[in-house]
Design a protein around this ligand. Structure first.
Ligand code: BJW
Length: 246
C-alpha cells in the first residue's frame, strides 16, 4: 500500500511539525463498533438519531434512551482498539506536536495508549445528571433506570453531547487552535456531516499552506476540497502511511 501514496503527501508528513487528526465512528468500525449512518449496520439503522440522541428524546422516554446507551456501553467495553487506533498512537510519538480530536465517545484512542486526545462529544462511560450536570462517579451501584442523581435527584444521563447541545467551549477552542496551526490535518472515518466538528475540517481546508487528507472508504461532502483522499479502511491505511513515512 505504501507505494501507492503520493510522494508529495509523504514529503509533507515527513517534514510536518504539527499534525492534527479528527476522527469519527469509522475509526472504530474495525473494532466492531457500528458507525452511525451506514444503512445496514449503523446504530441508527434501528433507531433514528433524532429519536435517541437528543435532550427531548430523553425527556420523552428516559428508560429507552438510558437502555440504548447501556447496550452501547457494554458493546464498547468488550471491544479492543484496532490497528488504526494503534497507528495514531505511533503518529503521536512520531511528530513533535500531534493531537487526536475525536467525535467518538468510545474512549478507544486512550485505551490504545494515546495521551493527547480531545473528546469533542464526551465519553459514554461517564455520566452526569440531566438537570444540573453534576458529574457522578460510581453510579453503577445506584438503583433505577435511569438512576437518580445523589446530589439533586434528577435523572442521570450519559455525559455525551446530544444534537442541539453545545460542545465544551474549551474543548472546541482547543480543537480549533489545532486545526488552525496544523501543517497536516487528517480527517479520518467521519462522514463530515455533523457540526461543529466538521467545521474544524472546513477551517483547515480554508487555510493556505496546510495539507488536508481524508481517510475514508467513501466520499464525504468535504471530499472535493481536500488535498488527498485516501480511500479505504483506516485500520489498513494508517499503519501503511506510518510505514511509508518511517
Ligand atoms: C470508515 C470505515 C473504516 C466506515 N475506516 N472510515 C451547522 C450546519 C448544519 C447543522 C448544524 C450546524 N451547527 C450545528 C448544527 C446542528 C447539529 C448538526 O450538525 N446537525 C447535522 C446532522 C445537520 N449539531 C449539533 O446539534 C451540535 N451542537 C451544536 O452545534 O450546538 C450549538 C447549537 C445548538 C442548538 C442549535 C444550533 C447550534 C451537537 C452535535 C452532537 C453530535 N452528537 C452525536 C452523538 C454523540 C453521543 C452518542 O454517541 O450517542 O455524535 S451524533 C453522531 O454523529 C455522533 C458522532 O460523533 C457524530 C459524527 O458522526 P461520524 O463519526 O462522522 O459517523 P458517521 O456514521 O456519520 O460516519 C462514519 C464514516 O466512517 C463514514 O463516512 C464511513 O464511510 C466511514 N467508515 N468504515 C474509515 N473502516
Amino acid at each position: 500500500m505504501s507505494a501507492n501514496f503520493p510522494p508529495s503527501l509523504i514529503e509533507a508528513l515527513q517534514s510536518a511539525e504539527i499534525v492534527t487528526a479528527l476522527t469519527g465512528a469509522g475509526v472504530s468500525a474495525e473494532s466492531g463498533v457500528p458507525t452511525f449512518r451506514e444503512a445496514q449496520t449503523g446504530l441508527w439503522a434501528q433507531y433514528e438519531p433524532e429519536h435517541l440522541a437528543t435532550p427531548d428524546a430523553f425527556i420523552e422516554d428516559p428508560v429507552l434512551v438510558w437502555e440504548w446507551y447501556a447496550w452501547r456501553r457494554s458493546l464498547v467495553s468488550e471491544v479492543d482498539p484496532n490497528p488504526g487506533h494503534v497507528a495514531l498512537v505511533e503518529f503521536e510519538r512520531r511528530f513533535p506536536q500531534f493531537v487526536t480530536l475525536t467525535q467518538n465517545v468510545d474512549g478507544l484512542h486512550r485505551v490504545a495508549g494515546a495521551s493527547n486526545v480531545i473528546e469533542l462529544h464526551g465519553n459514554i462511560q461517564q455520566v452526569k445528571c440531566f438537570d444540573r450536570g453534576h458529574p457522578i462517579l460510581d453510579w453503577d451501584t445506584l438503583d433505577g433506570v435511569p438512576p437518580l442523581c445523589p446530589l439533586c435527584g434528577s435523572y442521570l444521563r450519559p455525559d455525551v453531547v446530544w444534537f442541539g447541545e453545545s460542545l465544551s467551549e474549551s474543548a472546541l477552542e482547543q480543537a480549533l487552535a489545532w486545526a488552525l496551526q496544523a501543517d497536516v490535518y487528517l480527517s479520518i472515518g467521519t462522514s463530515s456531516l455533523v457540526y461543529p466538528a466538521a467545521a474544524l475540517t472546513v477551517e483547515a481546508i480554508k487555510r493556505d499552506g496546510i495539507i488536508v487528507v481524508e481517510i475514508n472508504p467513501n466520499e464525504t461532502p468535504l471530499s472535493p476540497y481536500v488535498d488527498f483522499g485516501l480511500r479505504g479502511p483506516s485500520g489498513e491505511i494508517l499503519p501503511a502511511l506510518l510505514d511509508a513515512i518511517r
